[in-house]
Design a binder for this molecule. Structure first.
Ligand SMILES: [Zn+2]
Length: 294
């Protein structure tokens, strides 16, 4: 398997995979979606009754939303999840334990639990940035303008919340990657014989895909690759009846484009390494189990 990375920044990954079968691509996609470890809020404690500020003003702990909706929205906020590298083996893993596998036996301790507080008084909008970690500031949510609820005059929220580790297979709030998908590589051929009136159709194609001289069209291969990697416009154009006769697309079943974004809790690079590591472990276990059979 060869991976050519086309884009990898804080939020997005795009790569071309060659010499790979669709089953392997799907295993990788499923691991990226369902198996990565992530911190998310699991318990929310809302203060009930009146809340007083330092000046003696009184607020009611009510909002326009049900408490359950607020708890659900807090659960979906992307909490930075620390991934550490073992200096001896070079392997990556989550810095925090899953609560049920922690030495505290599920009691909750700094190795498996992060506490947050939220204290806001109206009139105001409560944003993700208002959720403050109790203790280490590294758990502060980077996307600080995700709206949670609006408070009107004399409304206030006082919340204590607990985040724990989980995976997307358990609940969508633990899902690190979004819009994770792959496609076959389209092999595009261009039918010169049918290009008599090509200039009439040129406007239907993305600007720059062809250069036309003397009635002949020449495809810009670099731009074609960029369109295939970053968009699905070529595949969409293929189904455009009026221009279909110029194009032929065949799909290469050993070459794929994989794209995904993350919610910001873990960087795309770490998502890829962790997923490939997990798959390697799974296949090693599977091979060992098979070889143990008589
Ligand atoms: Zn613990």
């Amino acid at each position: 398997m060869d991976i050519e990375i086309k884009k990898m920044d804080d939020k997005q990954f795009i790569g071309i995979f060659t010499g790979v079968e669709i089953g392997e691509m799907n295993s990788l996609r499923r691991t990226l979606v369902a198996d990565l470890p992530k911190l998310a809020i699991e318990e929310v404690e809302l203060h009930l009754g009146s809340i007083r500020d330092e000046e003696g003003n009184e607020y009611e702990s009510v909002t326009a939303l049900f408490d359950e909706i607020i708890a659900h929205r807090l659960g979906l906020l992307p909490i930075p999840t620390e991934i550490v590298k073992d200096s001896a083996t070079g392997r990556l893993s989550a810095a925090m334990n899953r609560r049920q596998e922690c030495d505290c036996e599920g009691e909750g301790c700094p190795n498996c639990t992060v506490m947050f507080t939220l204290n806001k008084k109206g009139p105001a909008t409560v944003y993700s940035g208002d959720l403050e970690p109790l203790g280490d500031a590294k758990y502060t949510i980077k996307e600080d303008l995700i709206p949670v609820v609006k408070l009107t005059k004399r409304q206030a929220l006082l919340i204590y919340a607990t985040a724990v580790m989980g995976t997307g297979a358990e609940h969508a709030k633990y899902q690190v990657t979004t819009a994770c998908g792959y496609k076959y590589w389209p092999k595009v051929t261009f039918d010169q014989a049918n290009c008599g009136n090509f200039e009439l159709y040129a406007d239907l194609f993305p600007e720059g895909l062809f250069t036309i001289s003397g009635g002949k069209a020449k495809m810009n291969e670099d731009f074609l690759e960029k369109l295939i990697v970053e968009t699905d416009i070529i595949e969409t154009l293929y189904y455009e009846e009026s221009i279909k006769k110029f194009f032929n697309i065949e799909y290469d079943d050993t070459k794929f484009v994989l794209r995904f974004e993350t919610d910001g809790s873990i960087a795309p690079r770490e998502c890829m390494i962790l997923s490939l590591q997990m798959l390697e472990d799974k296949f090693t276990d599977f091979r060992d189990s098979i070889s143990d059979l008589d």
